[in-house]
Design a protein around this ligand. Structure first.
Ligand code: SAH
Length: 216
């Protein structure tokens, strides 16, 4: 009964996202399948299929569904590709990428969020490599990545992430001040040549780390 209800709500949400310009059919199928209510705290479940960001603890949020869908569509992950995510948070974005067939590597700096995301990945039987550390320095051991997605907003593009991106790969990252960012979609054309497209405006929680904002 309850599950059916969420299925209807999920379908309605996906229709809203399609109305806002989400057109990648593989992505749409995954958005219809992945249960966002499993990634939010119990008291937030009733709001899980509204197109809004929701608090997940530690002052962090699960991104707005449209933002997740838009960033994923820009990243355009293909099955088998190696994708690095910085900012695991609830784990929802990582689950979407995994659902699309990517080999997902994700980094979260908050231990509590890392632990609860790991539990959800296990429960959903998702093969996602996760680590608790500062994602602004990347994950060199598994580089180069075919795509990198950063789900927290930083002041500048971390050099290590550009280095760890494969030639031909895309890096999607919000850059700006702490209140407002533009989404930069950066294509690595060669080791020294990057093409950047900017999409205004988004608001993310701050990217905190060596190549991000300093923690207060
Ligand atoms: N992708 C997440 C969004 C979570 S919000 C989701 O689907 O729910 C962004 C997350 O980035 C927060 O959990 C925050 O703790 C984390 N974060 C911020 N700076 C980070 C860094 N340098 N390395 C890893 N995670 C970071």
């Amino acid at each position: 009964m309850c599950l059916e209800m969420y299925e209807t709500e999920r379908k309605e949400l996906v229709d809203i996202l399609i109305g806002k310009g989400i057109s990648n059919q593989d992505l749409i199928n995954v958005l219809l399948k992945i249960e966002r209510h499993l990634f939010v705290p119990d008291i937030m479940k009733q709001h899980a299929y509204k197109d809004v960001a929701l608090p997940i603890g530690m002052g962090q949020t699960i991104s707005q569904p449209y933002t997740v869908a838009f960033m994923t569509q820009e990243l355009d992950p293909r099955p088998g590709q190696k994708i690095l995510e910085i900012g695991t948070g609830s784990g929802y974005q990582a689950a979407i990428l995994s659902g699309m067939g990517a080999r997902v590597f994700t980094i979260e700096r908050h231990t509590d969020l890392y632990n609860s995301a790991m539990k959800i990945f296990d429960r959903m039987n998702l093969k996602i490599a996760a680590r608790c550390s500062d994602g602004t320095i990347g994950w060199e051991e598994f580089s180069p990545f075919d795509g990198i997605i950063v789900t927290a907003g930083g002041p500048t593009v971390p050099v290590n992430l550009k280095k760890q991106l494969a030639v031909g790969g895309k890096l999607v990252i919000p850059i700006g001040d702490k209140k407002l960012q533009t989404l930069q979609v950066i294509t690595k054309k060669s080791d020294t040549d990057f093409f950047t497209r900017e999409v205004p405006y988004f608001t993310f929680v701050p990217l905190i780390g060596k190549e991000g904002w300093k923690e207060k």
